[in-house]
Design a protein around this ligand. Sequence first.
Ligand SMILES: [Zn+2]
Length: 340
Amino acid sequence: MKSLVWEAPRVMNIRDHDKPTAAADEVVIRVAYVGICGSELSGYLGHNALRVPPLVMGHEFSGEIVEMGNQAAAVNPALGLGVGVTVNPLYCTADSVLQRRGLDQLCPSRRLIGAHRPGAYAEFVAVPAKTVTVLPKEMSLRTGALTEPTACGVRIAELAGDVNGQDCLIIGAGPIGLLALQTLKLSGAQRIFIADLDAERLAMGGALGAITLDPRAVDVVKTVQEATGLGVAVSLDAVGTAVTRRQCVSATMPTGTVLLSGLHEEVSEMPAADIIRREIVVRGSFSYSPANFAEAVELLNQDKIRLDPWIVEAPLADGGPWFDRLIDAPGNVSKVLLIP
Ligand SMILES: [Zn+2]
């Protein structure tokens, strides 16, 4: 089978691999659609310790089960040959107190398909049966491939707390920013301001109902403060630089919440005195819990979330050039779905 292999920073090639077979508690999926994730862009550049070349990435995907290990049906009775599925690529390999609290994503034993084991940038992928979610009958495989990033947006809205009738700010109009915009709206947020340096990305945020702020034309913090008086109740940094992290703190009202999800920089200086004096809550938001993942399937199935009309479909062989484009000049692309 053909796989798209990341071999060195900015180097990806199609290679021939043996088709995987299913271990007893695994299934093999014929991949239909597989998205490109922001974390994989930093992996591709070699900025991510989790990802070591040569590696087949790909963790946002859907497809059909084509082979079942002899224990797979016992692990997950909903599974069967030919069934349309998506996969929660984060799973635990050992029991922990966090897993018992429903926080598998924070479990020290967590593994990521497409980082710790081969992912879905290939015609076929083998995955543990327990990671597989059967898609509702009405849901297309194309929509199913959006579950994983949507679940990140569900997590952000969960950690944002009660935003009903409140104003919010999102910095970064990439896929996570656009999805969080929609999940925060579903939670009843009033006005959502969104900022991004890329005019086309910003326009997608505007089309999804946000008030757009071009940081080159306006002072983001001042504009938000003038519009809201005290600042927003919740701000989300979906970029992850010192500048955007600081902007989020400054634009947030006293007792408000700053959510950090962007991972551009590992370490940034933060205005601690301001956080203290205005009792700002700063918290991280990382991936999603199994419950968030299930809710993402529901929201997509109810057509409450969209990344269309800005989704681009491309053959797997064009993956390398798309990684370069998404890094250098993404433009009005909300998500690239590769088709093996
Ligand atoms: Zn992802």
